[in-house]
Design a protein around this ligand. Structure first.
Ligand code: UDP
Length: 329
């Protein structure tokens, strides 16, 4: 399958490109390199430095490359910023996505795989989260993702577009060989920050809240390996053969880890000690979020290879040792 990977130079997108190649597909990358890294995409993969909202340029690429399916990873994803600057999020995550979908419809490309998020659920009433639970996002980031999900439902009905939306939990880790990995600037995610605190690149790690109603008082999250996520995106291809197909899947391991457990796991993997500061809660953090991913497992045959968070952290550590400053480009 000839696949356009929008945001293919970003963290999850670049891992998906690798998995596509490994599975015998032909990825083509489109990325405006605002957050993506040119170095994260192999030289033999066609690369277009282009904005996803530029319908006419995207249309030309769809034609020229005979694209059959589009995967879309290119979103802004800083929750706090989405609260202070929501127009940026509506413009990029919703309006530009709509332009991308229009280019697809205009050029007869009807298969779409969308990166959604567990942030579309808001604060869950019960756990683990299943796909049918109510979606009530508590920030504009989650809202823009839910808006795209809803738009896709109507496009499937009206235009026969077929799509799968994957609701990720906490994407983490890096390629097993350590050649590509997580490099956000600024970095806000727990695992890379704890690794930086272990190596001394940061003075310490602040635990955001130690008085949550959880076993050790810190938040529980579901950390899922980026290559496990990527494999689900490919496993869904067959289902998208049917016009108008609309699928939603949670992707997480279902085994939550607390912030303290992550810190201890990083210490175990690296052999280094992590200086910790207990800080106030971060606004908008639910105490616990973890997935019931049995739907993806049973319908897609999705097999989680990294069940143990220590194994996930080992891959992040391997990437970090090989690229202590992250990507060069
Ligand atoms: N966290 C923390 N200190 C940090 C960064 C994150 O205690 O410096 C906590 C955060 O409050 C949350 C968990 O780690 O409970 C995971 O946060 P992250 O930002 O990685 O992902 P999120 O779950 O917010 O998408």
């Amino acid at each position: 399958m000839k696949v356009l990977v929008v945001g293919g130079a970003g963290y999850i997108g670049s891992h998906c490109v690798r998995q596509l190649q490994a599975a015998g597909h032909q990825p083509v990358v489109l990325d405006n390199l605002v957050f993506g890294h040119r170095q994260a995409v192999a030289e033999d993969v066609p690369f277009y430095d282009c904005d996803l909202g530029d319908s006419s340029a995207v249309g030309q690429i769809l034609e020229k490359e005979s694209i059959e399916l589009v995967m879309h990873f290119a979103a802004f994803a800083y929750v706090g910023e989405s609260v202070t600057d929501p127009r940026k999020y509506y413009n990029n995550n919703f309006v530009a996505t709509l332009r991308l979908l229009e280019a697809m419809l205009d050029h007869g490309v009807h298969k779409f795989v969308f990166s959604s998020t567990c942030a579309t659920y808001g604060e869950p009433a019960t756990l683990p989260l299943t796909e049918t639970m109510s979606q009530a996002p508590i920030n504009p980031y989650g809202q823009t993702k839910l808006d795209v999900e809803n738009c896709l439902k109507t496009f499937a009905q009206a235009y026969g577009m077929s799509f799968a939306a994957f609701r990720y939990f906490n994407a983490s880790g890096a390629a097993e060989d350590g050649t590509i990995g997580e490099d956000h600037k600024p970095e806000t995610h727990l695992i890379p920050l704890v690794i930086d605190a272990a190596t001394g690149r940061r003075e310490n790690i602040k635990i955001f809240g130690t008085d949550y109603p959880t076993p050790d008082g810190t938040c529980l999250r579901d950390y899922v390996h980026v290559d496990d996520l990527s494999r689900a995106h490919i496993a869904v291809f067959e289902k998208l053969e049917e016009p108008g197909a609309a699928y939603f899947y949670n992707l997480g391991t279902g085994r939550p880890s607390s912030v303290r457990e992550i810190i201890h796991a990083v210490e175990a993997v690296t052999g280094l000690s992590v200086p910790v500061i207990e800080a106030d809660r971060r606004p908008g953090d639910p105490p616990a979020l973890y997935a019931d991913s049995s739907k993806a497992c049973s319908e897609l045959g999705w097999e989680i290879q990294y069940m143990d968070v220590q194994d996930i952290i080992a891959t992040a550590w391997n990437w970090h040792k090989k690229h202590p400053e992250g990507y060069l480009s």
